[in-house]
Design a protein around this ligand. Structure first.
Ligand code: ACO
Length: 335
């Protein structure tokens, strides 16, 4: 029994923030950001827009494409929930006025969408649900240190949301291009957690989870050992992609399009080179959106399915790497 991913949608908040605008807030430059990351601009929300608001905008478009059919569960992936708890899943459910369906919340950062896709695939394949709304959404802008102290991270991230529905094949809701999930492989290695994390607010802090000194030290902002993360990201995304392809007996030349996570255009350039896939067959949304973490891959698929010629039978590959560390790859086929 197959799981089909369909009705990809995206929502990006309208406010565009250019590299020049960030240069007025911190010591950085358009040249540095473009050379090191490939990013030209990103989107930031205006108050009081929250992560679940972005998720709902994307999800509305997805649900609108289902020809009156409904979903019977939600899986929401984010590292920037509206509140410490509950997660955004139930907030999405309430804002969309959906019945009391279950709402799962995933916290696997840049790999969140692929983790969600594996979970959704398993759940529809075991016939627990017919159609699952899968959403990745982030508001990073209000959680970044937009001063020179935080520049190594602040210039990389943007806000946005992407969504789709994962349907049991017999319960498909659209007649448009769908993607059959052929195989996915996920990994995690928590020994590397401190290389890319946000320490605050958390139960690791005593006696209080929040106090002024933690804020002063900047522990409420993410921190990253950029070069180490970069090296691991390239190695792991190549390794897991090749593993998935090999297990399905597919060669990189057979891949019509790759939709990788977008943390850095240089990372994706190296991944494509090492996989032997030409750059023009690799999605590149980072230029205009930056890294939108769990939202990145569904946003990428929404662009690819709109803008590229994807025919039935074409293979598409997605891979991700992020905080945790977590990483994975999923092979799909257009139907
Ligand atoms: N503007 C100007 N200079 C800067 C900036 C900036 N925004 N940020 C850092 N610098 C400086 C540094 O201070 C350093 O200066 P120094 O040499 O005087 O010490 C210099 O630029 C070089 O810094 P590096 O960190 O060595 O630069 P690098 O080429 O490694 O690029 C980057 C940094 C873009 C962060 C890169 O390491 C990277 O992309 N890492 C991986 C990101 C990633 O994959 N994240 C995973 C997903 S995110 C998630 O899961 C939440």
């Amino acid at each position: 029994m197959s799981a089909i991913v369909e009705a990809f949608s995206r929502y990006l908040p309208p406010k565009v923030v250019t590299n020049e605008e960030l240069s007025s807030l911190m010591e950085t430059s358009d040249e540095w950001i473009q050379q090191r990351s490939g990013i030209r601009e990103r989107r930031f929300v205006d108050a009081p827009t929250t992560t679940s608001d972005l998720a709902v905008e994307a999800a509305r478009k997805t649900l609108g494409a289902l020809q009156g059919k409904s979903v019977d569960a939600i899986i929401a992936a984010t590292l920037s929930p509206d509140y410490d708890f509950p997660g955004i899943g139930v907030l999405i459910q309430a804002k969309l006025d959906l019945p009391t369906i279950p709402a799962f919340d995933l916290r696997n950062q840049c790999s969140g969408f692929l983790y969600g896709l594996e979970l959704a695939t398993a759940l529809v394949q075991q016939e627990q649900y017919e159609r699952i709304l899968l959403v990745g959404a982030e508001v990073h802008s209000t959680g970044l240190d937009l001063s020179t102290r935080g520049r190594d991270i602040a210039v990389l991230f943007g806000d946005g949301a992407g969504s789709c529905v994962v349907s049991r094949e017999e319960a498909r809701a659209t007649t448009g291009t769908g993607l059959r999930v052929l195989r996915s492989e996920l990994h995690g290695d928590g020994a590397h957690a401190p290389k890319l994390w946000c320490e605050h607010i958390g139960s690791a802090h005593f006696p209080h989870r929040m106090d002024a000194s933690l804020i002063e030290e900047g522990k409420c902002f993410p921190s990253m050992q950029g070069r180490k993360v970069f090296e691991h990201a390239v190695k792991r995304m190549v390794e897991v992609s090749l593993s998935v392809l090999e297990k399905e007996g597919i060669t990189p030349e057979q891949i019509r399009f790759v939709v990788p996570h977008q943390a850095n255009a240089r990372i994706n350039g190296l991944v494509a080179e090492q996989l032997g896939i030409p750059g023009e067959r690799v999605s590149q949304t980072i230029t205009h959106y930056g890294n939108t973490t769990a939202a990145t891959i569904p946003i990428g698929f929404s662009h690819v399915l709109e803008e590229e010629e994807i025919h039935q039978g074409d293979y598409l590959l997605s891979c991700a790497f992020g905080s945790g560390f977590t990483w994975g790859a999923t092979l799909l086929q257009a139907v």
